[in-house]
Design a protein around this ligand. Structure first.
Ligand SMILES: [Zn+2]
Length: 405
């Protein structure tokens, strides 16, 4: 054990007697904490595996007055919460133990003190720190950062215990005492504020798009699967002449469920890179009129050229955002027996965060493959958004997009 030298600086006098009595009383009052079973470990700033950082900060302090000359102040702060799974959080706990002395200078070489946090013991060397008060000298006895685990909805009480050993000689009187003070830091995961939307919390997103509908059967089934089962949305690029009375109803159903509608073609027989201006306008605005016949106030923002083909002038002058794709399911060429497997593989082997996936709401295999794809992507942590949601506020008319990332 090291030595603690106490020097008289001013009005010390009889305070020493009071101090010694109080020290003895405190020593009798506070016992040692046993191990609590709480999972506490040395602070580590890594964020690997973190899926969210809820806003949270709680701090408190407790103080033990030793006579009229010494105060031990234990300040603790819980913050830096990291969510690492649906159920588990890591919380950073900082404990800062300060000794305040009136008019007394202590040696800064004192050893043998321990701070115990939830049964884990740490030593520290006393160091003098700045004090704002004229007649107060401050020493830091301990400063320690630890991490501890907390489960969602759980509350924990973290026992904090400070043991300060003083072996000193003042005016011929030996101070050879040990003092312990204890309290608890109470933390509740119920107080964590989760300000994140799912996408802000790092969820991967894709826009699954369907061309060449609406279809009287598959359009509605796709909406039910994406919206009803997975809480997601998809986007349909429609063909004007296929919007007959029952198919128009499918399109309305999709919009009512939050899905997005864009223009594809009217006859689906023209190539926008080479066709006449007259034909180009008929394909685009004939389809816009067909959409508005069923959805009069719907704001169409997207268009997708047939075959992904459009001249750069027409793309840049378009009043719509031109949406191509980054993952092609090639569902239209896989209508046979093994087709579903191939379509699923085409998507899952290529997909990543921010992709726009091309499919068609026309074929049985496409629908079967879509059901498997959305289930697997959901399991991989993806969420399913419209093209406008994927591209966000930066989406502009007259710009060609292949993906949103
Ligand atoms: Zn098409």
């Amino acid at each position: 054990m090291g030595r603690c030298t106490v020097l008289k600086k001013g009005r010390f006098g009889l305070r020493l007697v009071t101090f010694l009595l109080t020290l003895s009383l405190l020593f009798a009052l506070f016992g040692c904490n046993s191990d609590t079973g709480l999972s506490v470990r040395d602070h580590n700033s890594t964020t690997a595996g973190v899926i969210g950082q809820p806003k949270y900060e709680k701090s408190d302090s407790f103080r033990s007055r030793l006579g009229t000359s010494f105060d031990i102040v234990v300040n603790w702060k819980a913050s830096n919460v990291r969510q690492i799974s649906d159920e588990k959080y890591i919380v950073g706990l900082e404990v800062d133990v300060i000794l305040e002395c009136a008019n007394i200078i202590l040696s800064e070489q004192e050893n043998g003190n321990t701070l115990t946090i939830a049964g884990n013991r740490y030593s520290f060397k006393t160091e003098r720190i700045e004090s704002e008060a004229y007649d107060t000298v401050r020493y830091r006895l301990f400063k320690k950062n630890v991490d501890f685990d907390i489960l969602a909805g759980e509350s924990v009480s973290i026992p904090l215990s400070v043991e300060w050993n003083c072996n000193a000689e003042v005016n011929g009187i030996n101070i050879n005492q040990s003092v312990k003070i204890s309290d608890k830091a109470d933390i509740s995961a119920k107080d964590f504020e989760l300000p994140f939307t799912e996408s802000e919390s790092g969820k991967k997103r894709v826009a699954i798009t369907f061309d060449d509908g609406p279809h009287s059967k598959y359009t509605k089934l796709i909406v039910d699967k994406a919206c009803g089962e997975y809480g997601g949305k998809v986007t349909f690029f429609v063909v004007g002449e296929r919007i007959s009375w029952d198919r128009g109803a499918s399109m309305i159903y999709a919009v009512q469920h939050g899905c997005e509608i864009g223009i594809h073609a009217y006859t689906h027989t023209k190539d926008y890179a080479v066709c006449t201006d007259k034909h180009y306008r008929e394909e685009i605005y004939g389809t816009l009129d067909a959409i508005h016949a069923y959805l009069p106030s719907y704001d169409v923002k997207l268009m997708r050229p047939t075959g992904g083909s459009i001249s750069s002038d027409r793309a840049s002058e378009s009043e719509f955002s031109v949406i191509l794709w980054s993952v092609d399911s090639e569902d239209w060429r896989n209508k046979g027996d093994k087709g579903t497997e191939v379509i699923v593989e085409n998507v899952l082997s290529n997909v990543s965060d921010g992709d726009i996936i091309l499919m068609h709401d026309l074929y049985e295999n496409s629908y079967e493959a879509f059901c498997i794809i959305i289930e697997r992507l959901h399991g991989m942590g993806y969420e399913f958004v419209t093209v406008s949601e994927l591209l966000g506020a930066s989406m502009q008319a007259g710009v060609v997009y292949h993906y949103g990332r």
